[in-house]
Design a protein around this ligand. Structure first.
Ligand code: SF4
Length: 406
């Protein structure tokens, strides 16, 4: 049977281009339904293997669904648990690192290449605040020339001097850092920032929403704000935004912001009522289920990544300010775009060897605080659900054969 799998892998890799993608995927489904999934299920920790097999057999796209470009490292804020700018960091970033920004010509070349390859989503982000890049509006203009590639901005909004430009260019979505629910907690989370900046943030969000842009609030949950989640849901509803919660991971020096075991347990117990509240308030897109999974009744291990597997290498890639391409949002370099095209790196040996090694369960030490846990969990649940539809009574026919949409 092992030889059969090796043969199937080879066929998938080398001959899949001769099939229509839909037919190929239909065959793949038949393959799983024919009993191979049962065989896999007999093995220890079966689900990640099943999900990996799906990716191994499905043709690798010529570009990831989501590409994340870091435009700038400087920041106008200093969030208390930030890996790059927290005033508590044991080893603060160097001045040179903070001054780094992506070369505008390079950024424009990448935008064109990614759009032509068919990337579905481009994210402008950074080790700092994107609106501190001197050519940010030019880059937004260039990226929005390709309507098929959705542009997402990650920002704290305070340095955005022209919100109307974002409305005019119909930016697809904005992820706004949102870690507090009032002036006082805003100042506590962002030491050195005046309380009144909280009002400015709310005004800008309101303005952009009224301009018709989709906004998702992103909250890093830690010991400063963990009791504010009900209020955050209320504000999200009031502002007509979605909200996403992320358990803040801790950099050396910022341990004081980490949730204690008791706090985690307490918050984990609130998850069912928070989900109910979100539903009642009409805040439909939250990731409270994922947050609950991370909290796991107070377990110390925040990100049970080994239980679900890593699939980031099929959907996501990150390019840093110096053009280094990383496997994910952690420092796992796979190449540099200054000297080669993005596609060469994405389809190159180094990328493939990391995919293979993660498939075998060989994780990096940084994976214990996986920054793409949400993505991995979504992929895992979607594929698992597709091949085990009876668990919650849904029909497999209603699930896309094209894999998860992230
Ligand atoms: S941190 Fe590890 S598990 Fe998470 S996406 Fe990166 S490689 Fe995968």
């Amino acid at each position: 049977m092992k030889i059969f799998h090796i043969l199937l892998d080879w066929i998938a890799r080398n001959l899949s281009h001769i099939f229509c993608k839909e037919i190929f995927q239909h065959r793949l489904i038949l393959f799983f339904k024919s009993g191979n999934n049962t065989m896999i299920a007999k093995q220890e920790n079966p689900q990640p293997q099943l999900v990996h097999r799906y990716h191994r057999i499905t043709p690798l796209p010529s570009v990831p669904q989501v590409v994340h470009m870091d435009l700038v490292n400087a920041c106008n804020l200093a969030c208390i648990s930030c890996w790059n700018h927290s005033p508590l960091l044991a080893a603060p970033k160097s001045r040179n690192w903070k001054l780094a920004k992506m070369d505008t010509e390079l950024a424009i070349r990448l935008i064109h290449e990614l759009a032509k390859l068919g990337a579905e989503k481009l994210i402008f982000s950074g080790g700092g605040e994107i609106f501190l890049h001197p050519d940010i509006y030019t880059l937004i203009l260039k990226a929005t020339l390709y309507p098929k590639m959705k542009l997402t901005l990650m920002t704290n909004l305070l340095a955005c001097s022209d919100p109307d430009f974002l409305i005019q260019r119909r930016v697809s979505s904005i992820l706004v850092n949102f870690h507090a629910t009032n002036r006082k907690s805003y100042a506590a989370f962002h030491p050195g920032t005046p309380e009144k900046k909280f009002d400015e943030l709310l005004e800008k969000i309101d303005h952009l929403r009224k301009g018709g842009l989709a906004i998702k609030l992103v909250s890093a949950v830690n010991a400063i704000n963990f009791e504010e989640l009900p209020k955050m849901l209320e504000l999200a509803s009031h502002l007509d935004c979605n909200i996403q919660f992320k358990l803040a991971s801790v950099a050396p020096g910022t341990e004081v912001t980490m949730l204690t075991k008791e706090q985690k347990k307490w918050l984990w117990k609130q998850i069912p009522s928070l989900r109910k509240q979100a539903k009642l308030l009409g805040v439909h897109k939250t990731n409270l289920e994922v947050l609950g999974q991370q909290l796991q009744g107070g377990k110390e291990h925040n990100f049970p990544i080994r239980e679900i597997g890593c699939y980031a290498g099929y959907y996501y890639s990150r390019i840093q300010t110096d053009a280094t391409v990383h496997y994910c949002c952690k420092s796992i370099p796979v190449g540099n775009c200054a000297s080669s095209s993005f596609m060469e790196i994405w389809q190159g040996e180094r990328y493939e060897s990391i995919r293979r090694s993660l498939e075998k369960g060989k994780f990096f030490p940084v994976c214990d605080s996986c920054g793409k846990y949400d993505l991995n969990y979504t992929v895992y649940k979607t594929i698992q659900h597709f091949f085990s539809p009876t668990q919650d009574g849904h029909s497999p026919e209603k699930t896309s054969t094209a894999g998860p949409t992230l």
